[in-house]
Write a protein that binds this ligand. Structure first.
Ligand code: LLP
Length: 410
């Protein structure tokens, strides 16, 4: 997280001392850095010299409308997967012609709404769905632009819970199925099949899997040309990784950009990406207070007021989010400590450290890299309210979502 920094032994996000924000506030709190998001956007946009892709933000990574507004101002579109996300994108001011709709289970109601809004593309994931879109489109007397999501059977090296391009996954259609649909496209008289999409998974570190996808699409486009079928857009999905561990290297966007530019030069198709994590993952933190420090045998449990309901990634994917105290530079404590939340199950853990800093009850820590799939995976488990969210822009900060009230949950 480039914007997290230490000054005079205090942790800052941009130019704001985090401790200062906490005055009169109830923790845990999500805090996001606008500067970091802007840096990420710039890095991505400048990696493609020729292709100039449309970058759609995968809203499932972060659904705060103020963050969407920051992205929108920088020409980012949206990748949505539900009526809720679509309405949110529109409310944030993102134009329908920059919105793609993904997902294996779009309902009739959702499809109807997307058709009426005339979004850039409804990316269908089965023949059944295509038939339904065609039917609804006919009823509404519309000609609808759709995409077909291909399951390329290319396995990306990542956590198996978040791979999506394997033939055993529920996503997309097979290549045979794809050709079959394209060859019979006249059957779908109310549709214009103008896009081919692929998304092989999330937190993918190596560009090799993407190279395989590009190669496959290259072949498909050559075949389509022979058969005199054409497609205007290639949507290469998202999935680019961010470093969670200090030793992790960054996803090489520059190198990736070169590959994509080559592909673009050859086929001259408009390129789309559906990027979530890389845009917002490293822009967000959670500040949490230590409620108790409890010793059981040789292990010290540091019990935080943030739990798996506030940030589920560690519990679901055993993912690592480095924890940093707000006050730094003090003695190391040469024992095993485990950061845990208050939730009543043992999966509610944020990781074990050997040789961590000496900590005290009542002090605050920062959980890093929570800007993607943090708040959006939160729940009210254990009747706990969803927590406050704050945005920092340069040296100013403001609350952008209030903490829920327990009364509203009852
Ligand atoms: N497009 C589609 C069709 C997707 O399903 C996803 C993510 C994305 C784009 C964005 O992928 P990204 O660029 O963010 O990697 N909850 C998990 C991640 C689930 C990803 C689901 N799909 C986690 O916290 O790691």
């Amino acid at each position: 997280m480039d914007t997290l920094n230490i000054r005079n032994k205090n942790l800052y996000l941009n130019d704001v001392k985090l401790e200062k924000i906490l005055k009169g506030k109830q923790t845990p709190i999500y805090i996001y850095s606008v500067d970091q998001i802007k840096k990420n956007i710039k890095e991505i946009q400048t990696s493609f010299k020729k292709a100039q892709p449309l970058i759609c933000f995968a809203i499932k990574a972060n659904s705060n409308i103020n963050i969407l507004k920051v992205l929108k101002k920088k020409n980012i579109g949206a990748d949505v997967v539900s009526m809720g996300e679509l309405k949110l994108a529109l409310k944030a001011g993102i134009k329908p012609n920059k919105i793609v709709f993904s997902g294996v289970g779009k309902t009739e109601q959702e499809i109807k709404f997307a058709i009426q809004k005339e979004i850039l593309s409804i990316n269908a994931e089965s023949s059944n769905e295509i038939e339904l879109i065609n039917k609804i489109s006919g009823k509404l007397k519309k000609q609808t632009n759709i995409g077909i999501r291909l399951n390329p059977n290319i396995v990306a090296k990542t956590n198996k819970k978040i791979t999506t391009g394997n033939k055993t996954n529920k996503f997309g259609v097979t290549i045979e199925n794809f050709y079959n649909i394209i060859t019979n496209k006249e059957k779908f008289e109310n549709l214009n099949i103008h896009l081919l999409s692929v998304h092989i998974g999330s937190q993918i570190k190596d560009i090799l899997a993407y190279k395989k996808v590009i190669k496959l699409i290259d072949n498909i486009l050559i075949k389509l040309k022979e058969k005199k079928h054409s497609i205007s857009y290639i949507d290469l999905g998202g999935g680019m990784s961010i470093p969670y561990f200090k030793k992790d290297s960054k996803f090489n966007f520059k190198k990736f950009g070169i590959e994509v530019d080559k592909f673009f030069k050859k086929h001259q198709k408009k390129i789309i990406f559906e990027i979530g994590r890389y845009l917002t993952g490293n822009c967000g933190i959670i500040i949490s207070k230590i409620i108790y420090i409890k010793k059981i045998n040789d292990r010290f449990f540091v019990i935080l007021d943030a739990g798996m309901n506030d940030m589920a990634r560690s519990a679901i994917y055993e993912s690592f989010h480095e924890i940093i105290p707000l006050k730094k530079n003090r003695k190391k404590f040469v024992k095993k400590i485990e950061f845990v939340g208050p939730i009543c199950e043992s999966s509610d853990t944020f990781g074990i450290y050997n040789n961590y800093f000496l900590l005290n009850e009542g002090e605050y820590v920062c959980i890093t890299n929570c800007g993607a799939y943090g708040r959006t995976l939160s729940s009210n488990y254990n009747m706990r309210p969803l927590i406050e969210e704050i945005i920092i822009d340069k040296n100013k900060y403001r609350t952008v979502r209030q903490r829920q009230k327990i009364e509203d949950l009852i």
